[in-house]
Design a protein around this ligand. Sequence first.
Ligand code: FES
Length: 395
Amino acid sequence: MKVNGFLKDVLGASRVTKTRRDLIASGSEKNIYFDPIREVAKELHPEKTEVKVVKVEDVSPTARKFTFEAKEGYKLPPFQAGQYVSLDLQIGETLTTRPYSISSAPFEARTGEHPFFEITVRNGRPGIGFASSWIYANVKEGDEFTAHLPFGQFYYEPLRDAKNVVALAGGSGITPFYSMAKEIEHGTLDMNLTILYGSVSTKDIILEKQIKAIKCDKVRFINVISGDEEYEGEKGFLTAEIIKKYSAEDTTYFVCGPLPMYNFVAGELKKLNVPARRIRMEVFGAPMNVREAEGYPENAEPATWNLTVLRGIDKTVIKASSLESLAVAMERAGIPNNTRCRSGACGYCRCELLSGDVFVPSVGDGRRWADKKFGFYHACSTYPLSDLEIRIIIK
Ligand code: FES
């Protein structure tokens, strides 16, 4: 079957790019196992699209909103309010992927003359990753990117969630809730949303003007400020007391923010005896220091290990720091191993551990039962404790 010819007929020439088979035939990609079924599936259901930046806007002293439209010949995929999009980034010599919650609403990507989606990126604080800082400082109107299709389970599902939702947000964790709030205002999402947004000071509040412009009695927005005694609204942290004050009898809690906030809020929700089925969480990124993660072996000193990576019939040995995930080690060495969530949740970076010892932080362990039983790991949330041999999936 002539895959490219068939797809050109169905989809139009501009949608069809080179397949791995083309690359093998041209000799530019060698020694790669070729799976025709996978190639057909990938071309019928492309995992990525091409986008360009059409607007850059400051939304706080330390955050910028980037608006993307599809490049000519491509379309923006549908998504749910709360999902994220991963962008391929070429930063210096490193080709990496970073996930960002979509801060615009789903209806904005499927309607209007110029459908678009937005991400909001923060800069300039400890704990903000190098990719976010790079985007904040470098990306400008006209820049083009490859975007993976939106992904993630962090969205409202009426069959599962209570009608009343309290959103507990910190830092750029406000972004999925802004998307939900706009979709509610538009009338295409039916839920009652109370956003409790924890910040150190009012200068740290992102998208405040935009959220306050939403006129909808189903959306409430409350800032909770921890570092300013003079602040006249809610002060302190997102404690059980404050959470309870804004909760209905049956409430689902959506938590989105950096790891320390997640750990704190999880404890407060426990004090309120909130059942696990009423809590949904989106944790951003890997731990800042894996050695401080619960359960990290006390006697494990920082070290550099040999990591043998099998990909098809390719075999490469690279160096891997015990302080960085296997995904980061492979990125540094230029080995393609696609990632999406980068927090251990989605399984897109799944690999098989053939030999050696590793550590997986409990917060970043989103593996299925069968994966744990048969020795599969998520490379973005797995850290080497010895020389390793792994097999990665060809993408
Ligand atoms: S990228 Fe999602 S689990 Fe690794």
